[in-house]
Every structure is written in C-alpha cells, then in structure tokens.
Design a protein. Structure first.
Length: 253
C-alpha cells in the first residue's frame, strides 16, 4: 500500500467488497486481506478463473448490480459480514451511452443507488451481529460528482448523490443496532475505468490537475486507506459522513 507506516488489524473480520476485481475495489480488497480479513469480492463474470488477475486470496461471487434476484442471492450466500464496501459501479460514458437518455439514467440509478441499498438492507442483520470493536460497518464509494455538476455523468452523479442521502438515512436507522455507514467520495483517480479519460495527452488531464491543489491524480491506495480507516474502531464514533478524498479538487476556487 502507499501508506506503509499505517497498520490495521482485521484478523477474523468478514469483509465483502463489491466490484473487487479491479481498480479501486481491488485495492480495497487487497488492503483488507493484507490486514488479516477474510475477503469476499464480487465481479460480473461467472467465476474468478475468468479473470486474468490472480484472485485466489479471496472468495469470489458473481454479481450484476441490475439483477435484483442476484443481489438477494449474494446476501444469502454471505454467512457473516462485519464490513460491507459498496464499491461496484459502472461508467456509461466510456461505453458510448448517453446519461441524458432516461433509460440510461434509470440504469445509472439502479447501479449506484438502488443496488447498494438493497444489498445493505439484506445484510443489515448480519452487520448488526458483528463483534468487531467498532461494530458492523458499511462504506460506500461515492464521487466528487455529488458536489459539482458534470453533464456526461448526469445519471452517475445523481446516483452517487442519492448514495449520500441513503447513507445518512440508514446511519440513523441502523445506528441503534451498532451499524455505522459512511461514504468515501473519490476524486479523479487513475484506474482502468478512467484510463481513456486521463491518459494519452487527453485534454481533460491538464485542467483537472490545474485545479487540484495536491497536483496529481489519485491512486487506488488513496481510497483504500480511507476505507480501512472508516471501517476500523478508530472511526467508531463516525457515522453518516462523507469523506472527500480528492486532492483538494472540490475546494479549489
């Protein structure tokens, strides 16, 4: 990890990371596993063997976020859950789909809001049963697009903004059961999903860095570190919050 001076102990913890096969999700899964957790990840392919990446350190379960029955099956297949990371998502813009289209917009809301809500509700009792010092914990992966308008991510941004409201509501609802919920709002992170936007001299890169006080794109480890902190007992009195991890992008005038 990029924060080698920090150590967490998640020995014996049951952690579920949706979308844990690549990018931010893979970094989060790796960080929890290195800290001793038993990690389950999800992906869209039928089995772990269908990926070029070695996923043998994790339990793998397939999940399509637009498949309600699949979400129900996933929740039932997880025997215990101390930490749920609602990371999986989909950027429609690189696929050539226009989020101004109401049908695409609906899909974006299903993927980034309805699916995390359904999975969280179905795992609520298992999270409440956690014996971890900080209690059961849900961390959603949000976005700076909840705080600024971007036309090309209209549905994505709306879904991620809804995730904030959902998190606050469920933090009130599940707090008495010892379950905490927070959101890490990721800025411009260098991942396979964003590669087409920021690599190869793309015109987006220079202006994006120009308004980022720390002067670089985020790395997946930047997000993973924040997630491990929020899931730890060091954050045991933090719930219903949005933590910006964006190099200062959203505070730059």
């Amino acid at each position: 990890m990029g924060w080698s001076a920090v150590r967490y102990d998640y020995a014996g913890a049951e952690v579920l990371v949706t979308g844990g096969t690549s990018g931010i999700g893979a970094a989060i899964a790796r960080a929890f596993a290195e800290a001793g957790a038993r990690v389950t990840i999800t992906g869209t392919r039928a089995s772990a063997a269908d990926y070029a990446t070695d996923l043998s350190a994790y339990r793998y379960l397939p999940l399509g976020l637009e498949d309600k029955a699949g979400i129900e099956a996933l929740a039932a297949a997880v025997p215990a859950c101390d930490v749920l990371v609602n990371n999986a998502g989909l950027s429609f813009f690189p696929l050539g789909l226009d989020e101004h289209d109401p049908d695409v917009f609906d899909r974006a809301l299903d993927v980034h809001l309805a699916a995390p809500f359904r999975l969280t509700r179905r795992l609520a009792d298992k999270l409440a049963a956690s014996q971890r010092p900080g209690g059961g914990c849900v961390v959603g992966i949000g976005s700076v697009t909840s705080f600024m308008g971007m036309a090309v991510t209209l549905g994505y941004g709306a879904g991620k903004t809804g995730l904030l409201g959902m998190t606050r509501g469920l933090a009130v609802d599940l707090g008495p059961k010892g379950v905490r919920l927070n959101v890490v709002c990721a800025g411009l992170v260098d991942t396979p999903m964003t590669a087409g936007v920021f690599q190869g001299g793309n015109a987006w890169l220079a202006p994006s860095l120009a308004r980022t006080p720390l002067g670089r794109l985020g790395q997946v480890e930047d997000i993973a570190g924040a997630v491990l902190f929020l899931a730890s007992d060091a954050a045991g009195w933090i719930t219903g919050q949005a933590l910006m991890i964006d190099g200062g992008y959203t505070i730059c005038g």
